[in-house]
Design a protein around this ligand. Structure first.
Ligand code: ZN
Length: 246
């Protein structure tokens, strides 16, 4: 089985459509790791497109909770809060209900893989450093835990009591072969708001037969997403950051 891995789309329809076109024919089921909305200007279109994928598993992110009123966004900075307020006002009743029903992570996919938004021990926790990664690796219920939330592609790995972490060099595709007796925490990066200095959309494919997790990057029409953000009256910084991937 080949799973498409989509995370942190953040209402960026141009990025999502480009990823779906690039990945067409190379996956069987979709995994969605949360933050469908927030920041970007196409929340309804993105929710509709993700629903149409009929994901094998989908979990919520912190921006999904804020947009549908499950959280008040008081821990957001003012730009994120402005975007959450705008999103909550433009969501259709059906899409608001869809976000409210999204389960929290982690969610097990098969015997080898689980997904979460932030961390396997807390859906809202950011895994940035080795301490958090080691905690996440021991909390995970499966040897491979796919996570999101930071918008930064990274591979943490634990084998023979040795821990390492690296930023994958994804020119266009980077394979992570899953070894037996090893544990992994893998972030494939963000579809709709990359923050590693590479503005290209990031996504992944988990091929359970190999077994390998592939990380991908693909350029998308950033200017289209930017125009929509500005036309919606969202903060200009949300458009500007897409051009630099920060
Ligand atoms: Zn996010």
């Amino acid at each position: 089985m080949r799973y498409l891995i989509i995370a942190d789309v953040h209402a960026n329809l141009e990025a999502l459509e480009t990823v779906l076109t690039a990945a067409e024919g190379s996956w069987d089921r979709a995994l969605v790791l949360g933050d469908l909305v927030g920041y970007g200007a196409s929340p309804n279109e993105v929710i509709d497109a993700i629903c149409a994928l009929k994901p094998a598993a989908i979990i919520r992110g912190n921006h999904d909770k804020a947009a549908c009123g499950l959280e008040d966004g008081s821990n957001f900075n003012h730009v994120a809060r402005a975007a959450a307020t705008w999103t909550s006002e433009i969501l259709t009743p059906d899409n608001r209900a869809y976000l409210r029903e999204l389960p929290s992570g982690p969610a097990a996919i098969d015997d080898r893989v689980e997904i979460c938004h932030g961390a396997p021990f807390d859906e809202d926790h950011y895994i940035f450093d080795a301490d958090d990664a080691v905690r996440g690796l021991s909390a995970a219920s499966r040897p491979v835990c796919l996570f999101a939330h930071t918008h930064l592609p990274v591979v943490f790995h634990y084998e023979n009591e040795m821990f390492d972490g690296y930023v994958p060099d994804v020119t266009d595709r980077h394979p992570v072969e899953v070894q037996t007796d090893s544990r992994y925490l893998i972030n494939v990066g963000s579809v709709g708001q990359p923050r590693d200095g590479d503005p290209r959309a990031a996504y992944g494919i988990y091929d359970s037969d190999q077994p390998t997790v592939f990380l991908y990057r693909v350029a998308y029409p950033v200017d289209g997403a930017q125009r929509r953000i500005l036309a919606a009256g969202l903060p200009a910084s949300l458009a500007n950051r897409l051009a630099v991937g920060r």
